[in-house]
Design a protein around this ligand. Sequence first.
Ligand code: NAD
Length: 336
Amino acid sequence: MKNVVLIPGDGIGSEITNSVTTILEKAGAEVNWVEKSAGLKAYEETDNPLPDDTVEAIDEHRIALKGPLTTPVGSGFRSVNVALRQKFNLYSNIRPARTLPSIDTPFRDVDMVLFRENTQGLYIGKEQWVEEADKERHSEAIAVVTEKASEQIIRAAFEYAVRNERKKVSLIHKANILKLTTGLFLEVGKRVAEDYPDIQFEDLIVDNMAMQMVMRPQQFDVVVTTNLFGDILSDLASGLVGGLGVTGAANIGDDAAMFEAVHGSAPDIVGKNIANPLALLFSSLMMLEHIDQHQVAENIRKAIYKTLVEKKVYCTPDIGGKGTTSTFTQAICDNI
Ligand code: NAD
């Protein structure tokens, strides 16, 4: 049995985590859930959106599955998601985007995995106002790219390609303009690629990449990029296969990993039993693969695909079904 910290989170979090734990249990996953709190509910109860015992549990068990957390806009606390990534140096954000049966999108046969550097770039939050003699309002932001962090994420992408028999790694940058920051990322990528002669390597400028992804997304296999570009392109990749409700995500470092749904806490549908559990479920399959329970993950994936084909009856309304979270969960369990 593997201990995994389970953070149900806010809003629809408990509805979708109940669904996921039911399905994993039915499939025989060897997981012992250690339930902890974080987010708005934790803040209201303990005055801390990331209570110490939650951090201590992740510190001890090193793996977490996390539902969505409500982050108040403007005032209030800072993002728990960002705090967890920094605290455990979860430098790889991994987002697969794969075409699903019976989900209507203009794109078929998409199967790409995007690796986003999770700790640097423009997202380090170093912004400041600049005093100008003429009093015009003027702000600036600093992007940080280090050789070490670039090598970590690029190597993680290549290692993933090797482990999963993928053929190509595409590195996305803007080195024609941002010559020092994304230029360094590209330089490191070219060097790392030499260690993987069996994997094809290419680099694309980010604006071209955005166009290529909607013209012919099937050409991409494993993609690696810096923080800001990865944030945007990973949502674009999700959009190609049905949106944030059907794509999972992982944040992985050298000795800790957190798997999460990428959508939010969906306050508009809380308690209606119509939340789609698929995003968190796909994240939990990445978790099972991470802890070497590949067969269980594969059995669940097949059961999801089978259920999607029958979708009108059992699936949640957001993907065109007539069912509820409960009927969707039950149908997947029945198909395992
Ligand atoms: P949201 O993702 O919660 O909702 C956007 C729309 O998508 C809503 O109509 C919602 O009903 C729908 N939706 C989302 N998940 C769904 C699911 N599983 N099944 C069916 N429909 C689903 O985005 P929002 O409304 O902008 O944000 C609400 C709260 O969530 C905010 O506090 C925000 O900060 C937070 N948030 C958290 C995360 C995270 O924890 N990773 C990510 C995004 C937003």
